[in-house]
Structures are given as C-alpha cells and as structure tokens.
Design a protein around this ligand. Sequence first.
Ligand code: CP
Ligand code: NVA
Length: 313
Amino acid sequence: MTVDVLGIADLGPGGLAAVLDLAERRAPSVLAGRGAALVFEHPSARTRNACEMAVVQLGGHPVTIRGEEVGFDRRETVEDVARTLACFHSLVGARVLRHSTLERMVAALRGSSRDVPVVNLLSDVEHPTQALADLLTVRQELGSIEGRTVAYVGDGNNVCRSLVLACAMAGARTVVATPPGYGLTEGDLAHVAALGGEIRVTDDPMAAAEGADVLYTDVWVSMGEEGEEEKRRAFAGFTIDDRLLAAAAPDAIFLHCLPAHRGEEVSATVLEGPRSRVWRQAENRMHAARALFAHVLGAVADAPDVVEARDER
Ligand code: CP
Ligand code: NVA
C-alpha cells in the first residue's frame, strides 16, 4: 500500500518511531537509478537542500521544480502535473500554497498504474518533515521524547500543528501559547487527544515556558500570509527571550524551524545562546527527510547498523 505523508499523523505512532530510528542509520539505496520530484510553490533554503541531499544519499536523482514551471491549474491541472511527475519519479514531494493541492495529487495517483508516494514539504496546514527533524533533535539532545514537555510560543500555524501531533504520537506533552485568535483549532486539539496526547493552550507565554524541556517558536507571519502589521501588533510580548528561557527547565533547549526574525519571535541572545540547538535541528532536516523517503519507499531498519530495502518499486 502506498504511504503518503500529507500530515505527520499519516505515519501513525509506529511509522513515526520507525522513521526516527531510520534517521540515525545508514542510508539504504532505495532510490538507486530512480528519481524524486520536489516541487516548490514557496521559497525554501532548508527543505530543498535537505530533500535533494536526502535523495542523493538514497542513491537517487532529485529534480527540483519551481511552482511556476509546472503552473498548477494555470499551465495544466494539478492532477495532470502529478500524473506527469509520476511517469519519471518514484516519489513526489511538494511545498504548496494550498493543502488541497496535495490531496488532489494523491487522488490523481491513487489506484493508478503510477501510484507513487506524495510527501508534504510544507503546506498552509502542516509541515511534517519539519516535525520529524524536531523530534529527532529533542531525542538526541535530551535523550528521550516521551514524558518531555514541549512549549510552543507563537502562531498556531502549520509548524505548530505538525509539532503537537508528532509530540502526541511520541508521548510528549505540549503547551501552546498564542495571542487570542491565533491558536490551533478545536479540531486540532481533538486530533491531539485522539492520538492520546496531552495539550494545554494559553495566551500567557510565561505560563507556557515554566518548567518546559523545549521552547519552540516559528515566524509570526508565514509565507503567503497577509496582514503583517496587524499580526506583529497582536504578537507583542510573545518573543522568546532570556526571561522566558530562564523560566524553562534548567537544561531546556530552544528550537526554531527557521528562517528566524531576531527581535520578533525570538531574541538574538536566545537564538545565538547556549541553549539554542537550531543548527543541529536544521541539519536534522536532511536525516529526517532521508528516513521518511526511505520509509515510504519500503525500507525497514531491523538491526542497529543494518538497513534493507523491501519494495523495489
Ligand atoms: N524550516 C524550513 O522549512 O525552512 P525552509 O523554508 O528554508 O525550507
Ligand atoms: N510557518 C512558516 C514556516 C516556514 C518554514 C511558513 O509557513 O512560512
């Protein structure tokens, strides 16, 4: 069965654990002689480089395509673009303006003779490959994910959603502090609960930070969003700074998916400070992407240093 990852919960707890394990093992050659299409409707520094290098490490050839080249629903339909890419590639990753584009790609490919996995490389709803790197970093830095408290301070956006769902599946508690009106939805909170997760929401950044093992933030204004000035006013007081960090656990780490805006969602002192792990987190984007691609292509890790490919697509 083809495994698409449009949201992090598509992996399920077992799949998530398997991907995190694969991320720290030797790359299997599951893409030897094959291609992976990586489509970007938004700019990217980390995701593009992480995914291209991940494909190379799996023995494959990445073809990165800017959104305007394929022109979703302008040059041809989303469905026809997906079917075309599947003629040449064993995997399609896409960063899209609208999550529905990914759903349409999956619908066009499922059950067809060119049924290849689709991976969300960021949409307006989720950023699952980011959440994988986030959990990998937490595990490496703190030794465990289960039982940890991850505090997210900022916009209740795509990154926040994937993070809390991933934490729910991995047994970490989450606390999310957003200004009123910028939080996760009731549906998101129900999804966390359905996954067995524990989540608390607040509009008080200090209350979120107190005792947390991980402090996390993201930009206040996401790509493609409007109303920047209004948002910046609403988020006054939500900067992760030394005062907030001091309220967290003594060995707490600071994470940020990047790009960062110093003086907005994070102070320069925290971003550059001794608790910051953002560059390890950035590097982990590649290890996590490699593991995720290997997983959806059927690789299994069955011994500490041994990885084998099952499905020769
Ligand atoms: N964190 C992240 O997705 O970065 P890019 O937008 O640079 O890919
Ligand atoms: N929430 C941000 C994440 C960037 C990696 C955005 O969607 O622009």
